[in-house]
Design a binder for this molecule. Structure first.
Ligand code: GRF
Length: 229
């Protein structure tokens, strides 16, 4: 069995971020192994992609459970069965309860399509335009019980143009997400960064502002400049 850190990826949709992580593993930019892709939706593209690549998949649908806590308990049992080092939310479109989240404290991360703390929740591209902002981006953060409010590890930024629509923003941001997620995972896997209580520590210093891809962090998850701390 591989000794690489073990990832369980959770996805509800098409799975392009899962695929970006998998590509990084295949191209040896990320020294990890994906043990399973787990979804709450039977028709998730991510499940199909994983199956094609010989990765274990599981679908656990909430409608089969009377209560959310039962669903989450089943999810937890399934995840723990793969003994992951990291639980990676990649477009998992479900709010997870506090007990579930606490169980994976410091080892569950999520990618969110906004420059957190701006625009938690849904419809981020539209909300950036409505707010008249001139920059947009994506964030990778540790998952804590409050939705999209966990400490942000790294972000990628891009300008908003006059003619942008929610769709053009989404189309331009997605390839950047595909660079940000594997790079951030590589950084975590190399033990440069960890969560201590609610603070992100990088080589024993508290990270004051999120690392920025292309400035502080390269695509291989290497720190470019100590000034990013
Ligand atoms: C991405 O935009 C991600 O930021 C958000 O959900 C979307 C998932 O896309 N959390 P995909 O399924 O990875 O293609």
């Amino acid at each position: 069995m591989s000794e690489y850190p073990r990832l369980v990826i959770m996805a509800s949709g098409r799975g392009s971020n899962f695929q970006a992580i998998q590509d990084a593993i295949e191209q040896r930019r990320l020294a990890a192994t994906t043990c399973a892709v787990i979804s709450d939706r039977a028709n998730a593209g991510a499940l199909e992609l994983a199956t094609e690549q010989g990765i274990d998949t599981l679908c656990i649908e909430p409608r089969h459970f009377a209560h959310r806590t039962d669903f989450e308990r089943a999810l937890m049992t399934a995840i723990n069965g793969f003994s992951p080092n990291w639980v990676v939310l990649a477009g998992f479109m479900r709010v997870l309860g506090a007990d579930f989240v606490r169980h994976y404290h410091g080892r569950m991360i999520n990618i969110h399509p906004s420059l957190l703390p701006r625009h938690r929740g849904l419809h981020t591209h539209r909300r950036v335009l409505e707010a008249g902002e001139d920059e947009h981006g994506a964030s990778v953060h540790f998952v804590t019980p409050a939705l999209d409010a966990g400490p942000v590890i790294a972000q990628v930024q891009m300008p908003v143009a006059q003619h942008d629509t929610p769709d053009t923003l989404a189309d331009r941001l997605l390839p950047l997400e595909h660079r940000l997620y594997p790079a951030t995972l590589a950084l975590l896997i190399n033990h440069r960064v960890e969560l201590r209580d609610e603070d992100i520590c990088i080589d024993d210093h508290t990270l004051a502002t999120p690392l920025r891809l292309g400035r502080d962090l390269d695509d291989h998850g290497r720190l470019v400049e100590p000034g990013g701390r």
